[in-house]
Design a protein around this ligand. Sequence first.
Ligand SMILES: CC(C)(COP(=O)(O)OP(=O)(O)OC[C@H]1O[C@@H](n2cnc3c(N)ncnc32)[C@H](O)[C@@H]1OP(=O)(O)O)[C@@H](O)C(=O)NCCC(=O)NCCS
Length: 168
Amino acid sequence: MSPDIQPVRPVDVESIAALAREIWQSAYAGIITQAQIDYMLAQRYNTARLFEELGKSGYWWDQAFVNGARVAFSSGYLTGVPGEIKLDKVYVHPVHQRSGIGGALIDGVIAHGRESGCDTLILAVNKQNAKAIGAYEKRGFVVRESVRVDIGGGFVMDDFIMARSIAQ
Ligand SMILES: CC(C)(COP(=O)(O)OP(=O)(O)OC[C@H]1O[C@@H](n2cnc3c(N)ncnc32)[C@H](O)[C@@H]1OP(=O)(O)O)[C@@H](O)C(=O)NCCC(=O)NCCS
């Protein structure tokens, strides 16, 4: 069944943060420590930050529903590099993974990018997140560089930057 994709609204913020907590717990256990999961969730999914991004020009948040239940979300933003949009988040509930929902959300970010005149889509993914890297490769992304980013709190993100063309 194809997902129903809708923009995230301010009223959805608490539900998105709760869904993020649930998905992160299964996605990142064994990849980063529980302390880093908690730190990054607090940093990226606090309500003030989500409200700010929902109101910002050049930012998009989408959510996917299956049979009326919210099961996934994505976000993207214009990086400031001409022609470039970043897939910042794509998270699908474990029960609904591998049924095309992540791909549909990525297509949505591609559409936002094209509407804004972008020709390149980038993302950052943890080097140990083989599942996501497999999904991104299937969607045409290739690794562009390897980075280690200090995110404060004594934590680093050890990521690949992946990129693909979205030129029409
Ligand atoms: C990565 C993620 C967003 C992909 O979404 P999804 O809805 O599962 O992906 P799709 O169903 O669109 O999958 C498309 C393709 O990706 C690849 N893929 C997806 N899950 C995979 C897995 N577990 N292992 C290997 N390849 C996988 C497959 O090629 C798949 O096609 P197929 O099922 O026909 O073989 C999803 O697995 C997820 O939310 N993971 C946990 C959170 C996460 O790591 N997010 C990314 C952070 S950078």
